[in-house]
Design a protein around this ligand. Structure first.
Ligand code: MN
Length: 743
């Protein structure tokens, strides 16, 4: 299965190699070692070496070289300290060897054993193929992140070493590990600010998933290296000179973009390698105490020599990314008309850019503001994870979009900044502030202009949420939120509402059962639900509440003692209601034809209009054969339609309206807008004056310069209603006119 290369080291040579690696780890850690630390690291190394002594990696080398390498990455590339090194050395012991968490706790303390436990849990769950399971794993990994970020940082180091040594693995293992890396670890590394590691993980993933492209780009980069270096030097020269004249202490480097990002450009921009191969970034790293001031001075020096693109100036110094990244990015026109990206950072910013999260801790005291933003992010993840969510896959999708996406900055009316993912709407913002505010949000003022809840926010928008106690979340809301918080809260409210609605059904059922003098035990209720083919009693209550099930149908069953049981001979003993049902379907056209509705005067077919959606002629409708009240007409967009269609397809009949001018139907519209003088006058002018409609009632509520109102009118056909909405919406001051849905 795997490619085992001839491995020829003798036992003596192996021992030397292991010791050499261990010493090099100690050297890397040297500056961080406090009194007594060295002994602990040595102890961890001994325990790990002993535990893994009979194990070998796929390549044939002694297993202990892997934890040693991971520990070294943890120090050198992520910048973590002694505790993390100890845990990295031990990270595979509990899972694969006799070592227990108890032992680790007694040797190194509770913090270390908790971290190793987290690492063990992750490797334990990642062994699965199906996507739901993967999503569950993802969730678990994020949970450990919220517990102690070091767990995930060590896991990333572990993954990086595995990716660097993936050659010796079998092909299927390679693909599995690589795809997991691109799905989870690379985005996580990026989100935690580990940009160097993120790029390497992406490049390594490509090496295994798209090897031919990877090799091709690598080769071409190699071939064009000299040319690129010459250009970089030419570009740098004048800047370097002026920086020196101004006594800056700096380092300036030019680096090509990663293979993965070059490939991305080729794919998304539809260009050739030749058009992008010279993409590189110039990085200027300053040694200075007056950070902000000097970065801008350098910016000004650069623009003395090269024209910069105003749209491509990014100031992440005044407003750092939420993963802590700080820098000034600008794109300038270099020699021979090439755009060149220049990144200006200080040494501190550079360390944060390379080592991410860990570097933040180091600078914690010096820069409390930064730290708290990162803490906010972790707190945000923790909050999201605490919300119970049944569908892990959905949840992960939402969460991934939420925490890995690029962000926009928006402001509260008080000027507080909030970070939201791109695509976030006013409603997302409301939920971000508070669940209660989200739930009752009816609109917003963005930069003092009235907008709807679905308004997509842009950078630097200032948002004031407008709320109303009467507001209720609807299914529709899910379409225009992108944050996981908003989604999970809305889903929760909708479920809750179903539960509340079901309560009415439950009461009706209990009354009926009490009337029949039978028990309302859980078993009885479950049996009833099962008999009428509902997944649970709750679904039965809900069906009763929305009129899809009639409690009278219980008479199909027989009272036996204090129980209702299925009749012994179920055959042909049709109930009275069923007969009516039969007759009704006979009087209707055969299946496949449409039922034509004529309005109330029709004597052909008796029907009632459903209260929940109040259809009027012109609406797309369907008929639903209820067991108690004959035929009911619902709009296809009725909130109850999905339930009815999905569960009782056999009772649904197609229906269509015939034009009938004599009969009018009551319907209503909801309007909102700015409370302007004479607005009521204008509305009545349209309804009664222009359209000559018969208005039944009108109510207007105004609040804070905004008004909300409902108008009930009689119409003959939907077209009239549409005309009304259209004309009202055109009135100045009116923001939105929507048809009234629910009773
Ligand atoms: Mn490992």
């Amino acid at each position: 299965m795997s490619i085992v290369e001839t491995y020829t080291l003798t036992e003596e040579e192996e021992k030397k190699l292991i010791l050499r690696e261990y010493r090099s780890l100690l050297r890397a850690l040297k500056l961080r070692l406090k009194k007594g630390d060295k002994r602990l690291v040595r102890r961890a190394f001994e325990i790990a070496a002993d535990a893994h002594k009979h194990m070998r990696r796929k390549s044939g080398e002694p297993y202990i070289l892997h934890p040693l390498a991971v520990a070294k990455i943890v120090v050198e590339e992520i910048g973590l300290g002694v505790t993390s090194v100890i845990c990295a050395l031990l990270h595979d012991t509990v899972e694969d060897t006799e070592v227990t968490l108890k032992e680790i706790e007694s040797e190194f303390g509770i913090t270390s054993s908790k971290i190793v436990e987290g690492l063990t849990k992750i490797s334990y769950v990642v062994e699965s193929k199906d996507t739901t399971q993967q999503a569950e794993n993802f969730k678990k990994i994020l949970l450990t992140l919220a517990d102690d970020p070091r767990v995930i940082l060590i896991k990333i180091a572990d993954r990086l070493h595995n990716m660097r040594t993936l050659d010796s693995m079998g092909r299927d293992k390679q693909l599995k590990i690589a795809s997991e890396t691109s799905f989870l670890y690379a985005p996580l590394a990026s989100r935690l600010g580990l940009y160097e590691i993120k790029s390497e993980l992406e490049d390594l993933t490509m090496k295994y998933t798209e090897n031919d492209v990877f090799e091709e780009i690598t080769q071409k980069l190699q071939d064009t290296k000299r040319e690129r270096t010459r250009y970089i030097n030419e570009f740098i020269k004048p800047i370097k000179e002026e920086l020196e004249q101004n006594n800056f202490s700096f380092e300036i480097v030019g680096r090509p973009k990663s293979i993965h990002s070059i490939w991305n450009k080729i794919k998304t921009k539809h260009v050739t390698f030749e058009e992008v191969y010279d993409l590189f970034a110039i990085r200027i790293i300053l040694k200075t105490q007056t950070e902000k001031e000097d970065c801008w001075k350098v910016f000004s020096i650069i623009t003395n020599h090269y024209q910069h693109s105003i749209e491509r100036l990014r100031d992440w110094i005044s407003a750092p990314k939420s993963n802590g990244y700080e820098a000034l990015h600008t794109t300038v026109m270099g020699p021979s008309g090439k755009w060149v990206e220049v990144q200006i950072r200080t040494e501190r910013m550079n360390e944060i850019a390379e080592k991410g999260l860990a570097a933040h801790w180091k600078y914690k005291d010096g820069n409390a503001g930064q730290e708290s933003k990162l803490d906010d992010w972790l707190k945000h993840i923790r909050e999201l994870l605490q919300k119970p969510e049944s569908n892990a896959m959905d949840f992960i999708q939402d969460l991934k979009r939420d925490i890995f996406n690029e962000e926009i900055y928006v402001y509260t009316p008080e000027g507080d900044m909030r970070l939201l993912p791109i695509g976030a709407t006013a409603l997302d913002f409301a939920f971000d502030i508070h669940s209660e505010l989200g739930k009752s949000c009816i609109g917003a003022k963005v930069n003092y202009k009235l907008v709807s809840i679905s308004y997509e926010l842009k950078n630097a928008d200032q948002i004031e949420i407008i709320s109303s106690k009467k507001q209720k979340p609807t299914e529709d809301w899910l379409k225009f939120v992108v944050t996981a918080k908003a989604k999970s809260r809305i889903k929760y409210y909708l479920k809750e509402e179903k539960r509340i609605k079901a309560q009415d059904g439950k009461e009706a059922l209990y009354r009926k059962l009490e009337h029949l003098k039978v028990t309302t035990s859980t078993t009885q209720l479950q049996e009833l639900a099962a008999y009428f083919k509902y997944p649970s009693p709750l679904d039965l209550y809900y069906a009763i509440a929305i009129g899809a099930f009639d409690v009278k149908d219980l008479s199909k069953l027989v009272v036996h003692g204090d129980k209702l049981i299925a009749p012994i001979e179920e055959v042909k003993k049709e109930s009275h209601k069923e007969v009516i049902h039969e007759d009704l379907s006979k009087s209707m056209p055969a299946k496949g034809y449409e039922l034509i509705l004529f309005g109330e005067s029709s004597d052909k077919i008796q029907y009632k209009l459903a209260n929940c959606c109040q259809p009027i002629p012109g609406d797309d409708v369907f008929g639903f054969v209820t067991s108690g009240e004959g035929l009911k007409i619902h709009r296809t967009s009725c909130p109850n339609a999905a339930t009815l269609l999905a569960n009782y397809g056999h009772r649904v009949v197609k229906a269509k309206w015939a034009k009938n001018k004599e009969i009018s139907f009551l319907t209503g519209v909801k309007i909102n807008g700015l409370d302007d003088v004479g607005i009521i006058q204008k509305i009545t002018n349209v309804v009664s004056g222009e359209l000559k409609m018969n208005m039944r009632s009108m109510s207007i509520d105004s609040n804070d310069g905004l008004f909300e109102g409902t108008i009930m009118v009689f119409v003959n056909h939907k077209e009239e209603l549409n005309e009304l909405c259209f004309r009202l919406e055109k009135l100045q001051g009116i923001h939105k006119v929507i048809r009234l849905d629910m009773e």
